[in-house]
Design a protein. Structure first.
Length: 254
């Protein structure tokens, strides 16, 4: 049997054109999302670092965020906007889901996306001005995709009308989730120790934990309000995890 999971994850979570025969379904999307995060984070860092030196850290930060938006087709930002519109106002469950399923973006969504992007750029500008500042960028993109994996656990409810939620429900075992968390933590800490020092390696782990906790808070709020998770909620979790990770790293890095 071919392992199509990584291709399925790349097909849905990136703008990379993947042949349909390599990605026949969406069942492997969440399990392999961290692998996609490793690649996307590396590409964003590869753009941010040189431009930080050639022009300024702020330019490098803006380009990193732009690269991630382009490579993901703005998928997670769209999910953040829809989730903010659904959860922000005082609406009942059916009305919130209806708003999230519409294609337009309301005021809550606009504010959420603008503030999130501003905070990401501001934190990245601080980090890229310091030695090894690309590490939190790379790790933050990885943490975002790791946060999404949690929504595929068997016990996670799916909101009514969520096709993606139904497709990936129960596709991640608790063993896989635990192994993914440990593997990502080990990889991030190992790379940080190779290129920097122990305090910053520990700081990255703390930042990663903060990002995952923030994503968990979003997930719990959405589950309570919507009755379960949706594809938009997964995207919102990714953006919030990245932002909180970068904010925590910026506070600890300098």
């Amino acid at each position: 049997m071919r392992c199509t999971g990584p291709f399925e994850s790349a097909a849905l979570l990136t703008a990379v054109p993947v042949p349909a025969r390599l990605a026949p379904s969406t069942r492997g999307v969440l399990r392999w999302a961290p692998v996609v995060g490793l690649v996307l984070g590396g590409l964003a860092a590869a753009v941010a670092v040189p431009f930080s030196g050639w022009v300024s850290p702020t330019v490098g930060a803006v380009l990193a965020v732009a690269v991630l938006a382009l490579l993901t087709r703005g998928l997670h930002l769209d999910g953040l906007a829809d989730t903010a519109d659904g959860l922000g106002p005082l609406r009942d469950r059916d009305r919130a889901l209806e708003v999230m399923h519409r294609g337009d973006v309301g005021p809550f969504g606009v504010v959420a996306v603008v503030l999130t992007l501003l905070l990401q750029v501001a934190c990245l500008a601080v980090l890229l001005a310091a030695d090894g500042g690309w590490l939190p960028l790379w790790a933050g993109v990885l943490v975002a995709r790791l946060a999404m994996v949690r929504t595929g656990l068997p016990s996670v409810p799916v909101a009514a009308g969520s096709s993606l939620g139904r497709a990936v429900a129960g596709t991640v075992s608790r063993t896989w989730w635990a192994a993914a968390v440990l593997a990502c933590a080990g990889l991030v800490a190992g790379v940080a120790l190779l290129v920097d020092d122990l305090p910053r390696a520990l700081g990255l782990l703390v930042a990663g934990a903060a990002g995952l906790l923030a994503a968990e808070a979003v997930h719990r709020r959405a589950t309570a309000r919507l009755g379960g998770t949706t594809g938009d909620v997964m995207g919102a979790m990714a953006e919030i995890a990245t932002t909180v990770h970068l904010l925590t790293a910026a506070a600890l890095w300098t």
